[in-house]
Design a binder for this molecule. Structure first.
Ligand code: DGL
Length: 275
């Protein structure tokens, strides 16, 4: 049974959730693409990381997070966490009336059009890679593409630590990415919220000829196009609000988040979401 939301209004916010701070890279692009829209972000920091957890557990978290955002009267829901999108997008769509999208499909579409030699690499958390969601989504566009996948779990703590260009990050990148390079990929999907922060080291490791695809720009475009086609874009020129909620201590989120976003995060609020 769907949770009805009879109050979807043009003036509602765009709701975005992630397991933690990583989804702020997605929020930043959505905020850039849609400068008049209010956005509300939820970081489920109490239950982070999602990347090593089972599909059922992550789906349960995704449903709870969505329920909270829907209760705020959002008009559109974005699952910015690749792990949560790969596990829980269908369950969320079945459970709520609010139009919903996740980071996997727009990114897969972009990768399928970017590759010239038909060899695409995908990196993500263990859970995302185990789900096979990217292979499925890429093959929906072109079943002839060969997809080489690799979990890169250590990239998340390295990014959270702010070690974007340290030697240790280079060593880890070489170890993780060598097999993909040897497979001759010409396109690499950064299938995790945190990986765009390590873009410099990843590019140096795989070489400039390999196109890197991340989710932020493609999903921001999808949100904009969908709201436009639904006639749900807010057309007033007014100061918009960005609101942040976290399920654990707001202080840590603010510190790490500011290094992700590069601008101050005002007004981060704590919320208890019982699972
Ligand atoms: N947000 C997660 C993802 O994009 C990475 C962090 C985590 O494991 O929770 O897959």
């Amino acid at each position: 049974m769907k949770e009805k939301n009879n109050h979807i209004s043009q003036n509602g916010s765009i709701g975005v959730f992630d397991s933690g701070v990583g989804g702020l890279t997605v929020l930043r692009e959505i905020a850039r693409a849609l400068p008049n829209e209010d956005c509300v972000y939820l970081g489920d920091t109490a239950r982070l990381p999602y990347g090593n957890k089972s599909r059922d557990t992550v789906t349960k978290f995704a449903l709870k997070n969505s329920s909270f955002l829907v209760s705020l009267g959002i008009k559109f829901l974005v699952i910015a966490c690749n792990t949560a999108a790969s596990a829980g997008l269908d369950a969320v769509k079945e459970s709520f009336d609010v139009p919903t999208t996740g980071v996997i499909k727009p990114e897969a579409r972009r990768a399928a059009t970017a590759t010239r030699n038909g060899k695409v690499g995908v990196i993500g958390t263990r859970s995302t890679i185990a789900s096979g969601a990217y292979e499925l989504a890429i093959h929906q566009h072109d079943s002839g593409i060969t997809v080489h996948s690799r979990p890169c779990p250590l990239f998340v703590p390295l990014a959270e630590e702010g070690w974007f260009e340290e030697d240790v990050t280079r060593l880890v990148a070489e170890r993780y990415l060598m097999d993909l390079i040897n497979e001759g990929i010409d396109t690499l999907v950064l299938g995790c919220t945190h990986y765009p922060l390590l873009k410099k080291v990843i590019t140096e490791t795989v070489g400039r000829d390999v196109a890197l695809v991340d989710s932020a720009v493609p999903i921001a475009r999808e949100v904009k196009d969908t709201l436009k086609s639904m006639g749900m874009l807010r057309d007033v020129n007014r100061r918009r609000r960005l609101t942040y909620y976290v399920t654990d201590d707001p202080k840590i989120f603010t510190q790490v988040g500011e290094s992700f976003l590069g601008f101050p995060l005002d007004d981060v609020r704590h919320v208890d979401i019982a699972v």
